[in-house]
Design a protein around this ligand. Structure first.
Ligand code: DAH
Length: 360
């Protein structure tokens, strides 16, 4: 093999490499030259059969050839890589100045929308959001909330129980969001100001009940938090949520094991002409339960009732959504009917805020 032969081989290789039209063709060139069975590799193998002097000279010349081929491959690859990238950028071009079409993003479910609105309103008042598990134990769902074992109020909750454990205890699906009050007080020292949205479950299914529904709970604990704070907070919430300047609000005495005193809140409405309107009117509509946190509950959660007191409230999300958005049938919330969602759903990019507006 003469130097002239090697020069010729090199010239041919470099030309073929430069002529490779794409990365695939270039890879074929690489394999046919430098691969295990490639032509340059074959030449290198011939070195083994040569005498020492001949091998040194031929080895040097072959290395020059090999380096030249490798350099040509690299250079061509850089060019082809850049071409491939340009092509891809052109193909995957996104026009970021194009207006978004929100209708293509689907619709926000009224439950999600209502939770966002409630969070926006209480968030503005300084409440943080807390969450807890859907599967609860008896302690958090009942006992710590001052439902003594065997108390009739437990029966009113139509609880879904999980199978009994070897020790006889049973987990359950939480029947209200109130257990998260307990979880919050057990892990956080006052002052506490949280709202707790979430799923709740009761073994009940008819026109006005679904086995799964949603609640939002509120809890405020501080040194001197009192019933006037509770009233002011809830009246402000009702006005903001229903987007009315004045709404009659009535606190009616009631009973919950975990509050004392307890109240249910009604708001004024009119049903003139078959249309429900929130605000002044002849009728009342119940929207939530509330009260001052019972000292037993504070004690069960490691908070000293001689030092701290507070209020709590709980309301049904479906209920306040139905009232605000005129949704007549509770069960339709969970039927996953796209026509329903298109009608009652919300535009995804209109996130509810107090400054930008709650619902559009
Ligand atoms: N947990 C109650 C229920 O599901 C609602 C409730 C009433 C929550 C009064 C409260 C409260 O925090 O103070 O029926």
């Amino acid at each position: 093999m003469s130097i002239a032969d090697l020069d010729r081989i090199r010239a041919q290789a470099v030309e073929a490499i430069a002529a490779s039209a794409d990365l695939e063709a270039l890879e074929q060139q690489r394999v046919s030259l430098l691969g295990k069975k490639g032509s340059v590799t074959a030449l290198m193998k011939e070195l083994g059969g040569m005498g020492p002097d001949e091998r040194r000279a031929a080895g040097q010349a072959l290395n020059v050839l090999k380096d030249a081929v490798a350099a040509a491959l690299d250079a061509r690859k850089a060019v082809l890589d850049a071409v491939a990238l340009d092509e891809r950028l052109a193909r995957e071009r996104v026009d970021v100045t194009l207006t978004v079409r929100p209708e293509q993003l689907g619709r926000i479910h009224p439950i999600s929308q209502t939770i966002d609105e409630v969070v926006a309103i209480f968030g503005q008042m300084g409440f943080a959001v807390a969450e807890g598990p859907d599967i609860e134990d008896d302690f958090h769902n009942f006992t710590a909330l001052n439902f003594p074992p065997g108390h009739p109020a437990r029966l009113m909750h139509d609880t879904f129980f999980l199978p009994e454990k070897p020790d006889g205890s049973r987990l359950l699906l939480r029947t209200h969001t109130s257990p998260v009050q307990v979880r919050t007080m057990l892990k956080q020292k006052p002052p506490i100001r949280v709202i707790i949205p979430g799923r709740t479950y009761r073994c009940d299914s008819d026109m006005t009940h679904t086995p799964m529904f949603h609640q939002v709970e509120g809890l405020v604990i501080d040194h001197s938090t009192n019933m006037a704070h509770l009233k002011g907070c809830l009246i402000e919430f009702v006005k903001t949520y229903f987007e009315v300047d004045e709404v009659p609000v009535r606190f009616r005495p009631s009973f919950f094991p975990f509050t004392e005193p307890s109240a249910e809140v009604d708001i004024g409405c009119s049903r003139a002409g078959g249309e429900l309107k929130i605000g002044a009117g002849a009728d009342w509509l119940e929207i939530l339960g509330c009260g001052m946190v019972h000292p037993n509950v504070l004690r069960n959660c490691g908070i000293d009732p001689s030092e701290y007191q507070g209020f709590a409230f709980g309301m049904g999300i479906e209920r306040i959504a139905m009232l605000k958005y005129g949704i007549p049938d509770l069960r339709t919330f969970f039927e996953s009917d796209l026509r329903w969602l298109r009608h009652y759903g919300f535009v995804p990019l209109d996130v509810p805020t107090l400054t930008g507006g709650l619902a559009r």
